[in-house]
Design a protein around this ligand. Structure first.
Ligand SMILES: NC(=O)c1ccc[n+]([C@@H]2O[C@H](COP(=O)([O-])OP(=O)(O)OC[C@H]3O[C@@H](n4cnc5c(N)ncnc54)[C@H](OP(=O)(O)O)[C@@H]3O)[C@@H](O)[C@H]2O)c1
Length: 261
């Protein structure tokens, strides 16, 4: 992980702090923007930087901590969460968004690709949430019954619906939904909430390779008549990481325009 100086000035600040993995582009970047807009301080990571994330960091000095690391490296993920706590003093919500997708029939999918999908999408997300839960178990609870921390796992509508050529990717998302249901039961008594958001097909880099014919078919099958944009999904994540959803845990909200697959 890249080293950054840690200003201590805001460590005692009670302003909410959100962690968002994969904030350099696509849905993660849109979530980072929304959470900054609502007044949170935000920490994010990705393997690379992007111009838009660099601009955002320059516009929000002291409020946005962005660094580079690989979600598949559990030591780096734990160290990032530690650096976030050292910098901001607390964590209030966590959005496990970073993921990779790979399309192809299972029969020709190599071991290395399967291992990478599992390491980034499942292990990376689970380790991130584990580190946040460790913090939430020791972080003072607010004097309201609204809870201590909220984790949101970014799943996909293919987890529930299935899609040919996406079996391994879909399995990683199904694992996150299953993880969220059990963890919600495990930590609910401590005021910690765990939910999922399952987007349908979105217009992002992840889906850029979709052939035009497949794209047109998806649009035809979507009741709301278009593919989703990151902005369409951000509202559900904003809601689940806010006190407005204080009595919701162990759930998956599907945001797919009515179902396109
Ligand atoms: N796009 C869709 O159609 C769609 C549909 C349903 C669900 N989703 C889900 O929505 C989430 C966001 O997808 P998106 O479309 O916004 O994807 P995207 O445009 O490809 O962005 C993915 C983000 O995750 C980061 N990332 C990927 N691998 C990483 C790794 N190993 N370590 C650290 N960061 C990593 C990327 O940055 P670097 O590459 O620089 O690391 C980037 O910031 C994902 O969980 C995806 O599965 C997407």
């Amino acid at each position: 992980m890249a080293t950054v100086p840690i200003p201590q000035s805001r460590v005692d600040d009670a302003t909410p702090v959100a962690i968002v993995s994969g904030g350099s582009r696509g849905l993660g970047l849109a979530v980072v923007e929304r959470l900054l807009e609502r007044g949170d301080r935000v920490a994010t990571f990705s393997r690379g930087r992007s111009g838009r994330l660099d601009d955002l960091t320059a516009r929000h000095p002291g409020e946005l901590f962005a660094t580079t690391l690989d979600a598949a490296d559990p030591v780096a993920v734990a160290s990032f969460v530690g650096a976030t706590i050292a910098r901001f003093g607390r964590i209030d919500s966590c959005v496990a968004n970073a993921a990779i997708a790979a399309e192809g029939v299972l029969a020709t999918t190599a071991d290395a690709l399967i291992a990478e999908l599992l390491a980034v999408n499942i292990q990376g997300s689970i380790v991130l949430v584990r580190e946040c839960v460790r913090q939430w178990l020791v972080q003072p609870r607010p004097p309201t019954p609204d809870g201590t921390g909220s984790a949101v796992m970014v799943s996909s509508s293919v987890a529930a619906r299935g899609s040919p050529g996406l079996s391994v990717y879909a399995a990683t998302k199904g694992a996150l939904e299953s993880f969220a249901r059990s963890l919600a039961r495990e930590v609910g008594s401590r005021g910690i909430r765990v939910n999922c958001v399952a987007p349908g097909f979105l217009e992002t880099d992840l889906s850029a390779s979709l052939p035009a014919g497949d794209r047109a078919r998806l649009v035809r099958r979507t009741p709301l008549g278009r593919l989703g944009m990151p902005a369409d999904v951000v509202g559900a994540i904003d809601f689940l990481t806010s006190r407005r959803s204080a009595f919701i845990t162990g759930q998956t909200i599907t945001v797919d325009g009515g179902g396109g697959f």
